[in-house]
Design a protein around this ligand. Structure first.
Ligand code: FES
Ligand code: FE2
Length: 478
């Protein structure tokens, strides 16, 4: 009896384009991931318990306020559970390519081992790591001026890929040339131009005006190797239908715009952990995406004089002139406030009358708008290697991070803390995908329905532009 083994055809090509390979800024250890079914279920249970407790607070208020103090205490207790579950102590790591260090550094990217170092002008140079003489790794050699010297027989190589010196021989062989890779440092990262045919860069990585800008926080970034094919991450560009089930953030509007090397995802979704999100996420080439987000955090409840009754989010909220609610936790529930017609300005002034007038302790109850955050998110990846080419696993390095526009009247450290909390939440969101990726195979010919995003267009029309002409015609179009 023969055994039937399910296989899936996987792509064996590396894309042409700018590939991010590391940070020039410090990064934090990624948070522990809820990357098993059990951990996912436990996370949801905690969130749902809190949601029910908050609903109870509103029910008590609507019934006249009897037992409100206990109801609020119950909700706060449940919120503490969420915070405990999300808590982590991020360890700060040094940049991979610090501006004040010379290297050399070894980088494994797109099935190759490369060496990087800084020349005498501190510009990064990058060539094939294996010495063309007899194959020693240059990354264990020494930098000599603008060149890197191989430890085996002391041949030196410059960033153009030319051999510049052989101590024991006057004549450098004409064939003493190796592969070089253009490098740019931008927005806190180092990018390498990868092309199997050795072409020059065909576009630029845009300079972010928010980077190193005093109106914005620093990046809070992290990185981790994921043992999955990077095209699972690419599919996310068009995978509208996964946002609800996987991220608890169902889309109310979703659109892709593909233009040359860019792919834009316009997404309006309601996230249980991040509130209402309006995002424009743009891929600049195959590996680098910057998202512009506007996050509207859910409202809180306060008495008319500004005293806060219930902060479901504990973001800094101005409830009355000079009153700021501290603490940087996350919105975990979006409750429908339609029953409450009263809205206040941030200074606590009532601007619309209450519909169903609610009072408690003889005071009017009003809702206070949560703050609006302007957020930038980084989602980038470096293809590392493929099982079909002999590696242990398909793998890529994920780079993700967040910065926010500093809020008026909030100290810089507090804005940084909010940014770090967003970064934590966005990393958690990535690991919701990882949990799926660990439990799926790549599907080259998916059966799609009308509610799915344009996944085939993404794969066949947009992503294939990053293959060489010869690769495009190969049978393996995934
Ligand atoms: S192997 Fe590099 S100099 Fe000989
Ligand atoms: Fe996702």
């Amino acid at each position: 009896m023969s055994e039937i083994i399910a296989t899936s055809v996987q792509d064996v090509r590396f894309p042409r384009g700018w590939i991010p390979i590391g940070y020039t800024i410090p990064w934090i250890t990624p948070p522990p991931a809820a990357d098993t079914a059990e951990a996912q279920a436990a996370q949801r249970k905690i969130q749902n318990a809190y949601g029910a407790a908050v609903e109870n607070v509103f029910a008590v208020l609507q019934a006249g306020g009897e037992g409100l103090a206990e109801a609020i205490e119950g909700a706060n207790e449940k919120q503490d559970n969420i915070l405990a579950a999300m808590h982590f102590e991020p360890e700060q790591k040094n940049p991979t390519f610090p501006a004040d260090e010379k290297g050399p550094w070894e980088v494994n990217v797109a099935g190759k081992s490369l060496v990087l170092w800084r020349d005498s002008d501190d510009n990064l140079q990058c060539i094939d790591n294996y010495c063309r003489h007899m194959g020693a790794k240059l990354s264990i050699g020494e930098i000599k001026g603008d060149s890197i010297q191989c430890p085996f027989h002391h041949w030196s190589w410059n960033g153009e890929g030319d051999c510049t010196d052989i101590a024991y021989c006057d004549k450098i062989p004409p064939r003493a040339k190796t592969d070089k890779f253009p490098i740019v440092e931008r927005n806190g990262m180092v990018f390498l131009w990868h092309c199997p045919e050795g072409s020059e860069p065909a576009w630029e990585i845009p300079v972010m005006e928010e980077f190193e800008n005093s109106e914005w926080t620093n990046w809070t970034v992290t990185t981790e190797i994921i043992d999955t094919h990077w095209k699972e991450l690419i599919d996310n560009i068009s995978d509208r239908a996964h946002f609800g089930p996987v991220h608890d953030a169902p889309c109310s509007h979703f659109e892709n715009v593909f233009e040359d090397h860019t792919a834009l995802q316009i997404n309006h979704c309601n996230s249980t952990t991040l509130g209402m999100l309006y995002s424009n996420a743009t891929y600049y080439g195959p590996c680098y995406q910057i998202t512009e987000w506007k996050g509207e955090l859910p409202d809180n409840l306060a008495y008319e004089d500004g005293e806060l009754i219930l902060s479901r989010i504990q973001q800094p909220v101005k409830v009355a002139e000079g009153t700021i609610q501290d603490g940087y936790n996350f919105p975990v529930l979006d409750t429908d406030f339609n029953a409450f017609a009263g809205i206040t300005e941030e200074d606590g002034k009532l601007i619309t009358p209450m519909g169903d007038e609610l009072t408690h302790k003889g005071k009017k109850v009003v809702k206070v708008p949560g703050p609006v955050h302007n957020v930038r998110m980084l989602n980038a990846h470096m293809p590392i290697d493929l099982k079909q080419l002999g590696a242990d696993n398909d793998s890529f390095r994920l780079f993700t991070g967040v910065m926010i526009k500093k809020l008026d009247g909030i100290p810089d450290e507090d804005s940084e803390a909010i940014s770090a909390a967003y970064a934590h939440a966005s990393m958690n969101a990535f690991f919701q995908d990882v949990w799926i990726w660990k439990n799926k195979r790549f599907e080259p010919n998916p059966v799609l329905c009308a509610g799915d995003g344009p996944i085939n267009k993404l794969r066949k029309n947009w992503y294939t532009q990053f293959y060489t002409e010869a690769e495009k015609n190969s049978a393996d179009v995934a």
